[in-house]
Ligand binder design. Structure first.
Ligand SMILES: [Zn+2]
Ligand SMILES: [Zn+2]
Length: 359
């Protein structure tokens, strides 16, 4: 068994390096074709304005794609083992000897506990967590733009550079591949389909960016999305409101995630490569206030009353207008007093008393 686990890990690592090699080979080849064929053809036609625009836009995309990829791949996602002196009050991991601060989860691929664990990404051969989540998401965004750009502008201009005009359409690539092969020869044919593959990948990445964007808008990681959905259903079934403790509202979540407050900061930190660290330390989640979040939630759902006399089956619940907001059980800590320093909501005195009794 131990052997097979080890083999799986070696295979996963090998797969990771293959993914990285595929990424670098394909992207650098497309950049090479841009410079060796497309840029020259545009310059030959003396279309200088077009050249300058695409030179700046294309390089901005390439720099951002590579920068965010390197940072997401090579920077540590945040390891719980490096913060054990601060994390002694938290519950123990079942798979390794470390304590797990809130939002920390164990990655079976890396066999490590990762702060604000999102997922393990084979394309980066790394975990996505507290310190590299932004790089991962920005990489996805710039890669999407880059793929769509290559699959539309690059696809057309490559044919013009090679054949003098655009000869084939997207339809031809499905119905007349042999005509393309005859006209372009093998290297041209392969390059033509690489540009089409870029378009396909770009369309798929739009879905991925949308999916991750929705979770960031809700203040969730990929793993918390699943946990929250299941737990919210359990709470609803018992007549309680579950509020995600890390949801700061749409705008608040994005500002925290990307780390900007002003428009000039947005330009410097989001549109240009930036190594700024995320807000906080990834262990404590100060500033968290479930009452604010509950207010937002109640405004949305108009639910202010619930079943009378109902008691929650959930630890950490406390009454508000007969409803109870519950904190997720996987975030319950060993020491309730220390918990309050981390993310215990501020409750009015009478409710606070009851909530202590409930525990
Ligand atoms: Zn662990
Ligand atoms: Zn991992």
């Amino acid at each position: 068994m131990a052997w097979s686990v080890q083999t799986c890990k070696v295979l996963a690592l090998t797969m990771g390096y293959i993914c990285i090699a595929v990424f670098f080979t394909l992207t650098s080849y497309v950049v090479y074709v841009y410079y060796s064929t497309i840029a020259l053809s545009v310059l030959e036609k003396k279309a200088y304005k077009k050249f300058v625009f695409h030179f700046i836009f294309g390089n901005w995309l390439v720099i951002n794609v590579y920068f965010n990829y390197f940072m997401a791949w090579l920077s540590s996602p945040g390891l719980a083992k490096d913060y054990q002196n601060l994390a002694s009050q938290y519950r123990k991991c079942k798979k390794c000897p470390n304590n797990k601060p809130p939002r920390t989860h164990h990655c079976s691929w890396c066999n490590l506990c990762i702060l604000k664990f999102d997922h393990h990404c084979p394309w980066l051969n790394n975990c996505v967590g507290f310190y590299n989540h932004r790089y991962f998401f920005q990489f996805c965004c710039f890669m999407t733009l880059g793929c769509l750009y290559a699959g539309t502008f690059g696809y057309r201009e490559y044919q013009i550079g090679l054949l003098g005009e655009q000869v084939f359409s997207y339809k031809d690539s499905i119905f007349h591949p042999f005509n393309i092969l005859e006209t372009m020869d093998i290297p041209g044919f392969i390059t033509y389909y690489i540009f089409l593959a870029a378009l396909t990948i770009g369309v798929l990445l739009v879905g991925l960016v949308w999916w991750h964007g929705r979770m960031i808008s809700r203040g969730e990681t990929s793993l918390e999305r699943v946990l929250n959905q299941n737990y919210a259903q359990q709470c609803t079934d018992q007549g309680f409101v579950y509020v995600n403790p890390y949801d700061f509202g749409f705008v608040g979540n994005w500002k925290r995630f990307l780390g900007f407050q002003t428009i000039s900061e947005f330009v410097r930190r989001v549109l240009l490569p930036s190594t700024h660290k995320p807000e906080g330390d990834g262990i404590t989640w100060d500033g968290y206030n479930v009452n604010t979040n509950l207010g937002l939630h109640q405004q949305k759902s108009h639910q202010t009353t619930g079943p009378t006399g109902a008691q929650p089956n959930f630890p950490g619940g406390y009454p508000i207008n007969r409803r109870r907001v519950v904190t997720p059980p996987w975030e319950q800590q060993n020491n309730p007093m220390r918990t309050s320093a981390v993310y215990q909501p501020k409750t009015p005195p009478t409710e606070a008393k009851e909530s202590i009794k409930d525990r």
